[in-house]
Write a protein that binds this ligand. Structure first.
Ligand SMILES: Cc1cc2nc3c(=O)[nH]c(=O)nc-3n(C[C@H](O)[C@H](O)[C@H](O)COP(=O)(O)OP(=O)(O)OC[C@H]3O[C@@H](n4cnc5c(N)ncnc54)[C@H](O)[C@@H]3O)c2cc1C
Length: 359
């Protein structure tokens, strides 16, 4: 696992946000890039986690005591996002940012106690955000339900339209010179970046990446109905987490979490719970159109940090991004390009796949 010489001929397996972003930036820096994904034939892959995602860039509101390093890496990646989004806008004309700030709210006293725990932990990690009382929550977003207990305003977080992001990355990668090849890779020839999401272990048996199913809904605003919120709303509703992420035409409501192997079916219970919890927070969504329901597979690792770094002299892993792959796309690109250039980032040593023994 030592420092490698620059190899300018790279094959990338997987064209989700991770593979496509690496392809774009690597091609931009003069590498010869081929990116493989069987689903590229139809435009951008529409069954991977990247198509399903909510698009939150939310290391703080997603964070939880015990996940200090996930918070730290996520915060570093968030800091890189504005420059990356601006570069993508300049290259493609597509602005992927759709929301600024996250408002965390609690539905009852037990939910409020959990919010206190999260707030205390974030402060202990050096991230203090503004607490809001019941009235202040409604002043911030008047369409929210009246009975919410209070909230936490996390101003620096952002949200992107993940589907627009996939399209923009594909365009940017192709224009930078990357070759897009609609093909399922079965072995790993030459200098390879493995970015196959929850399928990564099929190519490197034993790699500690497992699928964790998430169901998610897209609701479209209908004429005459109230506007969607202007920031991401995350709520605890009787102990269940729900989020509403703004889009120009509505909101994305997510997401369930279940360890069901390769199951990608959307269940009645999943849709029922998501809609009930979202409506408890933002009653006006009942008038929106239910435009899309899908399930995606998060590529999870045992410690919830991605695997980014060398697996061998010829293969670099860029996978295992779990709940935060859109957020961590930015830092992953930096880490992989540094590795390809022969100058690995010391501060990203915590992502080295070698932290697990897996074969
Ligand atoms: C419901 C849900 C909500 C989420 N919300 C958020 C969020 O708000 N914010 C956030 O940061 N993250 C979120 N995530 C997580 C995020 O979506 C993932 O971490 C991220 O999309 C992983 O990207 P990827 O490119 O590694 O994987 P994928 O998007 O799954 O892409 C992998 C690609 O590899 C291809 N592939 C697989 N095997 C091969 C092969 N052998 N040859 C060629 N190609 C292959 C597949 O076809 C696929 O297109 C969410 C995930 C889910 C499921």
């Amino acid at each position: 696992m030592g420092t490698q010489a620059v190899n300018s001929d790279i094959s990338i397996v997987g064209a989700g946000v991770i593979g496509a972003a690496i392809a774009w930036q690597a091609a931009r820096r003069g590498h010869t890039v081929r990116i493989y994904d069987p689903l590229l034939a139809d435009g951008v892959p529409q069954t991977g986690a990247s198509w399903a995602a909510g698009g939150m860039l939310a290391p703080f509101s997603e964070g939880w005591p015990g996940e200090d390093q996930v918070l730290d890496v996520g915060a570093q990646s968030l800091a890189r996002w504005p420059a990356l989004a601006a570069e993508l806008l300049a290259d493609t004309g597509i602005d992927v940012l759709t929301g600024r700030g996250t408002l965390l709210v609690a539905a009852d006293s037990a939910d409020a106690a959990e919010l206190d725990t999260q707030d205390r932990w974030l402060r202990a990690q050096g991230h203090a955000f503004q607490r809001l009382g019941r009235g202040e929550v409604r002043d911030a977003q008047p369409a929210l339900a009246k009975n919410l207990r209070g909230g936490l305003w996390v101003e620096p977080e952002l949200a992107v339209d993940n589907r627009a992001l996939l399209r923009a990355l594909r365009t940017a990668a192709a224009e930078a010179g990357a070759e897009l090849i609609p093909h399922l890779v079965t072995d790993l020839p030459g200098q390879v970046v493995l970015a196959a999401g929850s399928d990564s272990a099929a190519l490197r048996p034993g790699l500690p990446v497992r699928p964790v199913k998430g169901e998610i809904l897209r609701l479209r605003r209908r004429p005459g109905t109230p506007e969607p919120p202007t920031c991401t709303i995350r709520a605890l509703v009787r102990g269940r987490h729900v989020y509403l992420v703004p889009r120009p035409d509505g909101v994305v409501v997510g997401a369930t979490m279940c360890e069901h192997g390769e199951d990608r079916q959307v269940t009645v219970a999943g849709v029922r719970d998501l809609l009930a919890d979202a409506e408890a927070v933002l009653p006006s969504i009942a008038e929106y159109e239910l435009a899309d329901a899908m399930a995606g597979l998060r590529p999870m690792t045992p410690d919830n940090l991605p695997l980014v770094g060398r697996l061998s002299d010829t293969t670099i892993a860029a996978t295992g991004h779990g709940r935060n792959g859109v957020l961590m796309m930015a830092i992953t690109v930096d880490t992989v390009l540094a590795e390809l250039g022969g100058n690995p980032l010391p501060q990203m040593k915590c992502l080295d796949p070698g932290r697990f023994s897996w074969n």
